[in-house]
Every structure is written in structure tokens, then in C-alpha cells.
Design a protein around this ligand. Structure first.
Ligand SMILES: NC(=O)c1ccc[n+]([C@@H]2O[C@H](COP(=O)([O-])OP(=O)(O)OC[C@H]3O[C@@H](n4cnc5c(N)ncnc54)[C@H](OP(=O)(O)O)[C@@H]3O)[C@@H](O)[C@H]2O)c1
Length: 281
């Protein structure tokens, strides 16, 4: 049965689902490939229609896996991809996008991000993103791992105000963005996308998270996803290759944490008391 995953409006008017499937480390091991493909397809069946990938993941291997997962159902999918900073020059970004489109077996990426800030001037990447939007190769563009000062610099570049998301590390153990970054994006009407919600699995054995899960007859993963999604204007990406995990994650949209759950999580993982540099993995 498919879950009714809520969506958020991007400045372009497109709708981005609030929960998506991550693909870091996927497609790299032939022995695991069939299981990974089945997990992504199951996620799509269950309503997890946002898939996040990057040219970096397995040097294109994740994009090739995604191509297979979305074959025949491209119109049902919200596809997010990322250009490596080392490719993000004016011409390099266009070439990288076209290579990704070819690997993905599609004619458009819904949201194309600069994976993190690198050596090229931001105007070069923004100019290329704008051209890709005009050509219909991408629906919208955004950034990843940008802190507040990076976003200010971006906004000062011609066309730089059109960014559609900042994809960042955010979970109960990495709450720095709550001090300022989340509010900054919300004020601009731009969704934040939280990656590594489980801190790559580490958070799922935390006792406080486990106790909240037990109170709701839910799983620790569902508690963490519900905790991230309690914030208005935030979407989340979870990577799962186990079918039971995919089912858990899809069902997390129905979980509402109580004030007592949130207070217990606050006590175990305090909110930032001051400016905190953005963390990355
Ligand atoms: N922009 C960036 O710089 C950036 C950086 C990091 C990540 N990302 C994106 O965000 C995605 C998610 O982050 P991540 O891959 O770092 O890690 P993550 O989603 O925090 O954690 C993945 C781990 O959690 C496990 N898991 C997933 N659902 C579970 C469940 N319901 N119950 C128990 N365990 C569960 C997975 O196990 P199984 O595989 O066994 O199911 C896997 O070991 C990435 O795949 C990528 O697309 C972006």
C-alpha cells in the first residue's frame, strides 16, 4: 500500500516530496545490486518517490542503478542529482549534467545541486544552472552543504537568488542548523533537505530514541524521521537497502511525536545555544 507522502512547494512551483530515498554507496557491489534495486522500487511503490543521487556516488554507479529503478515510471519520480565541485565550472556543469542524464536514462533532472562549495566562482555554476533550466534539462537547482554565509554570497550573484533547496546534515545529533540556517531558509520560502537522518545508522541504537519508539510501538528510524519532519519546511533523505527498513521509513509520515518525546530528545541532544558551523559527513 502506498503512503501519502506530503510535498512542499519549491520556488519554481514544483512539488518536492518530504521524504526521499538516498543512494550513497548504492550500485557499487554487484552482489548487492539486485537487493538495492528491489529496495528502491519498493520505496517507489510505497510513495517514496523522491530519489537522491550524485555523480560522485560510485563514480556514476548509483545513477546507473537509479536509471534501472525508475525505468518505465519516470513521471512518478522526483529526481535529485548533484554536480561535483571539481566539475562545477560554467561549461563543466553543463557537461556533467548531460553525462548524468545519460547515465540516468532520462531527459530531465528535477532538482540539480552543487554538492558542496569548491574552487569555481559561484557565478559560473549559477550561470550554468540557469542555462540548464532554460534548456529543460533540469527543473530547478540548489546547493548542498552551504552554511549561512555561503547562502549570502550565493544570493549576491546574478541569478543566485533562484536556489531551491540547501541539502544539509541535520538530525538529532547534529542540530546546529536550528540556530539560524533553518529559519533563514524558511524566511525565503526555500525547503531544507536533511541528509543522513540516522547519522548513517549510529542514532538508531540510542536509548532515548529507542524509548520514544517503544512508547509509540514504532521503530527508532521512524522516531528520527518524525523528529526531522516536525520542522516545517524540511524534507529528509533516508537510505535503506533492507525491505523492512524501506517499509518503516515510508510509514514514518504517520508518526507524531508528543511534547514529552521532544523534551526527552532535547535533554539527550540539546539544541544549539549559539552559532554552530555547519557539519558535513
Ligand atoms: N549532500 C551530501 O553531501 C550528502 C551527504 C550524505 C548523504 N546524502 C544523501 O542522504 C542519503 C541518506 O544519508 P546516508 O546514506 O548518509 O545515511 P542514513 O540514511 O542516515 O543511514 C543509512 C543507514 O541506516 C540504515 N537504515 C535505514 N532505514 C532504517 C530503518 N528503518 N531501520 C534501521 N536501519 C535503517 C541503513 O541500513 P540498510 O541499508 O540495511 O537498510 C543504512 O545502514 C544518502 O544516501 C545520500 O543520498 C547527501
Amino acid at each position: 500500500m502506498s503512503t501519502d507522502v506530503p510535498g512542499m512547494s519549491l520556488p519554481s512551483g514544483a512539488t518536492m516530496p518530504r521524504i526521499g530515498q538516498g543512494t550513497w554507496y548504492l550500485g557499487e557491489d554487484p552482489a548487492r545490486r539486485a537487493g538495492e534495486l528491489a529496495a528502491l522500487r519498493l520505496g517507489l511503490d510505497l510513495g517514496l518517490t523522491m530519489i537522491d543521487t550524485a555523480e560522485m556516488y560510485g563514480g556514476g554507479a548509483a545513477e546507473l542503478l537509479v536509471a534501472e529503478a525508475i525505468a518505465g515510471r519516470r513521471d512518478d519520480v522526483f529526481l535529485v542529482d548533484k554536480v561535483l565541485p571539481g566539475n562545477a565550472s560554467r561549461k563543466g556543469t553543463i557537461r556533467a549534467c548531460h553525462r548524468s542524464l545519460q547515465r540516468l536514462g532520462t531527459d530531465r533532472i528535477d532538482l540539480y545541486l552543487l554538492h558542496w562549495r569548491g574552487g569555481y566562482a559561484l557565478w559560473e555554476t549559477v550561470d550554468a544552472f540557469t542555462e540548464l533550466v532554460d534548456a529543460g534539462d533540469i527543473g530547478a537547482w540548489g546547493v548542498s552543504n552551504f552554511d549561512g554565509s555561503d547562502l549570502e554570497e550565493l544570493a549576491a550573484v546574478a541569478g543566485g537568488g533562484a536556489w531551491a533547496t540547501d541539502q544539509i546534515l541535520y538530525n538529532p545529533a547534529r542540530r546546529g542548523p536550528e540556530y539560524d540556517l533553518l529559519a533563514r531558509c524558511r524566511r525565503r520560502g526555500v525547503p531544507v533537505t536533511a541528509y543522513s537522518p540516522f547519522d548513517q545508522g549510529r542514532l538508531l541504537s540510542d536509548p532515548t530514541i529507542g524509548e520514544a519508539a517503544a512508547r509509540h510501538q514504532a521503530t527508532p528510524a521512524q522516531v528520527v524521521l518524525a523528529w526531522v519532519l516536525r520542522q516545517e519546511g524540511v524534507a529528509v533523505l533516508a537510505r535503506a537497502t533492507d525491505a523492512a527498513h524501506v517499509r518503516d521509513n515510508a510509514a514514518a509520515v504517520d508518526l507524531r511525536l508528543t511534547d514529552a518525546d521532544l523534551a526527552a530528545i532535547d535533554a539527550a541532544f540539546p539544541a544549539p545555544a549559539g552559532p554552530t558551523p555547519l557539519e558535513t559527513v
